[in-house]
Design a protein around this ligand. Sequence first.
Ligand SMILES: C[S@@+](CC[C@H](N)C(=O)[O-])C[C@H]1O[C@@H](n2cnc3c(N)ncnc32)[C@H](O)[C@@H]1O
Length: 314
Amino acid sequence: MRGLTAPPFLRTLSAKLSQSKSGAYLQNVGGRLYNPKDVRDRYDNYGDKEWDRLEKSLHGVVEYEVTLHILQKHLPENAYILDAGGGPGRYAIRLAGMGHRVYLLDISEEQLRLAEKKIDEAGVRDKITAVRPMDICEMGEIPDANFDAVLCLGGALSYVRERRFKAIAELIRVAKPGSPLAVSVMSLLGTFHLIATLDARNFLENIRDHVEWDPETPFPEVLNSKRGSPEWHAPMTLYTSRYLKRFLEDHGCRVVEMASTNAITSGERKLEKIASSPEAVEMLVDLEKQFSNRPGVVDMGQHLLAVAITPEET
Ligand SMILES: C[S@@+](CC[C@H](N)C(=O)[O-])C[C@H]1O[C@@H](n2cnc3c(N)ncnc32)[C@H](O)[C@@H]1O
């Protein structure tokens, strides 16, 4: 099982870039930048805004419906599912309602407190096997090959930054060999797509203050936000689809689908005219589902989703 070591393609990239001027960026890729307390505090304070996120704006509704649409194509029936970084339990509860059994874990005790409440309100307690405080990098209390499917949706793999190698190894370890693993991360190109939406002049003028990239070097496939930059809600790593695919493949997985959860609504949150028309919303969600895995849009949403099959037993 790999630990913190960078997989081969990163080492190749390191070798190439270390011949260029990007030494600083590469040191950061391997550096110690993940601080679990940052993430825990952020989500403890965010409270029920995280539950509302997928309900109150059309952008969130689309993210939720497209993600479920993709999950349903790959999940076995009546599966035992891990929802890692599951927050207040939106996916866990919906999946439990479909007959799956779900183990929910999250780093934020406040998100888990909300999850407990929502699970009871939804009447699916009998399908939820655990609601546990845990870091996806340290899931030692869960045995190997425990789940028929593993989910890590909404960004935990971005927040763990350089610990993503340990986190993905853990997510694969607890999944049965040959089972679906669905992850969503912060999209690098999708996030940069917001530059125009937000008319982000300051970001462009002072880009070195916001991301760990030297503009004199080629634009990378994976990028850390700069610690302390106010442009980010928490320090994170942003991924391109090319990077995410190779990251999963380098850990022995076979990627079966990649998608953007907001192909059309990327960046847009108000959408008042559309939101006021149920027919328009229905057509929008239908189009989003159909567009989500088209190669031209996969990188364009703020979340990049991948479904992979974990390594078969050898
Ligand atoms: C944006 S929310 C997503 C919640 C849900 N999975 C979804 O997609 O709607 C991100 C969640 O990941 C959790 N998280 C972040 N880093 C984590 C880590 N290292 N281990 C476990 N949970 C983590 C946060 O506490 C938060 O609840």
